[in-house]
Design a protein. Sequence first.
Length: 125
Amino acid sequence: MTWTQTRSRWAALREVCAQIERRRDGELPWSAELAAVFGTRRELVVALRYFWMLTLTAQVDDATALDGAGAARLAGRRLAAQHAGLRRVLDRHCPELATHEARIVTDFGGSRPESGVRTSPAPVS
Protein backbone atom coordinates (compact mmCIF):
# COMPACT_ATOMS: atom_id res chain seq x y z
CA MET A 1 0.00 0.00 0.00
CA THR A 2 1.41 3.39 -0.95
CA TRP A 3 1.55 6.37 1.36
CA THR A 4 -1.24 8.02 -0.67
CA GLN A 5 -3.44 4.94 -0.34
CA THR A 6 -2.75 4.76 3.38
CA ARG A 7 -3.69 8.40 3.88
CA SER A 8 -6.84 7.94 1.81
CA ARG A 9 -7.80 4.86 3.81
CA TRP A 10 -7.34 6.61 7.17
CA ALA A 11 -9.29 9.66 5.96
CA ALA A 12 -12.13 7.39 4.82
CA LEU A 13 -12.02 5.54 8.14
CA ARG A 14 -12.30 8.80 10.09
CA GLU A 15 -15.27 9.83 7.96
CA VAL A 16 -16.96 6.45 8.50
CA CYS A 17 -16.45 6.80 12.26
CA ALA A 18 -17.99 10.29 12.15
CA GLN A 19 -21.00 8.96 10.18
CA ILE A 20 -21.45 6.12 12.64
CA GLU A 21 -21.39 8.48 15.61
CA ARG A 22 -23.89 10.84 13.98
CA ARG A 23 -26.31 8.01 13.22
CA ARG A 24 -25.75 5.82 16.31
CA ASP A 25 -28.04 3.16 14.88
CA GLY A 26 -25.49 0.33 14.77
CA GLU A 27 -25.61 0.12 10.97
CA LEU A 28 -22.42 -0.13 8.96
CA PRO A 29 -22.23 2.67 6.36
CA TRP A 30 -21.52 1.50 2.83
CA SER A 31 -21.18 3.26 -0.50
CA ALA A 32 -19.39 2.99 -3.82
CA GLU A 33 -16.69 5.30 -2.43
CA LEU A 34 -16.10 3.04 0.55
CA ALA A 35 -16.03 0.00 -1.73
CA ALA A 36 -13.30 1.70 -3.77
CA VAL A 37 -11.19 2.22 -0.62
CA PHE A 38 -11.91 -0.94 1.42
CA GLY A 39 -13.09 -3.42 -1.20
CA THR A 40 -15.64 -5.24 0.95
CA ARG A 41 -17.75 -4.56 4.01
CA ARG A 42 -15.73 -7.17 5.86
CA GLU A 43 -12.53 -5.21 5.18
CA LEU A 44 -14.21 -2.06 6.48
CA VAL A 45 -15.20 -3.89 9.66
CA VAL A 46 -11.63 -5.16 10.04
CA ALA A 47 -10.33 -1.59 9.67
CA LEU A 48 -12.85 -0.29 12.25
CA ARG A 49 -11.87 -3.06 14.66
CA TYR A 50 -8.18 -2.23 14.21
CA PHE A 51 -8.91 1.46 14.84
CA TRP A 52 -10.89 0.57 17.98
CA MET A 53 -8.20 -1.72 19.39
CA LEU A 54 -5.42 0.79 18.63
CA THR A 55 -7.39 3.55 20.36
CA LEU A 56 -8.32 1.34 23.32
CA THR A 57 -4.72 0.23 23.80
CA ALA A 58 -3.48 3.82 23.78
CA GLN A 59 -6.19 4.96 26.21
CA VAL A 60 -5.63 2.09 28.62
CA ASP A 61 -1.85 2.40 28.46
CA ASP A 62 -1.96 6.14 29.20
CA ALA A 63 -4.49 5.72 32.02
CA THR A 64 -2.51 2.91 33.62
CA ALA A 65 0.75 4.86 33.46
CA LEU A 66 -0.87 7.83 35.14
CA ASP A 67 -3.29 6.30 37.62
CA GLY A 68 -2.68 2.57 38.02
CA ALA A 69 -4.65 -0.60 37.35
CA GLY A 70 -8.17 0.63 38.15
CA ALA A 71 -7.82 3.36 35.57
CA ALA A 72 -7.47 0.79 32.78
CA ARG A 73 -11.06 -0.41 33.24
CA LEU A 74 -12.31 3.16 33.53
CA ALA A 75 -10.51 4.16 30.33
CA GLY A 76 -12.17 1.29 28.46
CA ARG A 77 -15.61 2.29 29.71
CA ARG A 78 -14.99 5.95 28.83
CA LEU A 79 -13.92 5.07 25.31
CA ALA A 80 -17.06 2.97 24.84
CA ALA A 81 -19.24 5.82 26.11
CA GLN A 82 -17.52 8.41 23.91
CA HIS A 83 -17.88 6.23 20.81
CA ALA A 84 -21.19 4.50 21.51
CA GLY A 85 -22.16 4.37 17.82
CA LEU A 86 -18.94 2.65 16.79
CA ARG A 87 -19.24 0.32 19.77
CA ARG A 88 -22.71 -0.75 18.54
CA VAL A 89 -21.40 -1.45 15.04
CA LEU A 90 -18.52 -3.50 16.44
CA ASP A 91 -20.78 -5.39 18.85
CA ARG A 92 -22.92 -6.37 15.87
CA HIS A 93 -20.08 -7.33 13.52
CA CYS A 94 -17.33 -8.50 15.93
CA PRO A 95 -18.90 -10.35 18.86
CA GLU A 96 -15.47 -11.69 19.89
CA LEU A 97 -14.16 -8.17 20.49
CA ALA A 98 -15.14 -8.08 24.18
CA THR A 99 -12.75 -10.97 24.90
CA HIS A 100 -9.85 -9.13 23.26
CA GLU A 101 -10.71 -5.92 25.11
CA ALA A 102 -10.70 -7.71 28.45
CA ARG A 103 -7.27 -9.12 27.64
CA ILE A 104 -5.89 -5.67 26.83
CA VAL A 105 -7.31 -4.16 30.00
CA THR A 106 -5.88 -7.04 32.02
CA ASP A 107 -2.47 -6.87 30.34
CA PHE A 108 -2.11 -3.13 30.80
CA GLY A 109 -4.03 -2.85 34.06
CA GLY A 110 -2.24 -5.71 35.77
CA SER A 111 -5.40 -7.21 37.24
CA ARG A 112 -8.39 -9.21 36.10
CA PRO A 113 -11.54 -7.26 35.20
CA GLU A 114 -14.31 -7.62 37.75
CA SER A 115 -16.73 -10.44 37.01
CA GLY A 116 -19.54 -9.30 34.74
CA VAL A 117 -17.95 -5.93 33.96
CA ARG A 118 -17.62 -5.18 30.27
CA THR A 119 -15.42 -2.46 28.89
CA SER A 120 -18.36 -1.39 26.72
CA PRO A 121 -22.01 -0.73 27.45
CA ALA A 122 -24.52 -3.47 26.77
CA PRO A 123 -25.82 -3.46 23.18
CA VAL A 124 -28.99 -1.47 22.64
CA SER A 125 -31.89 -3.47 21.26
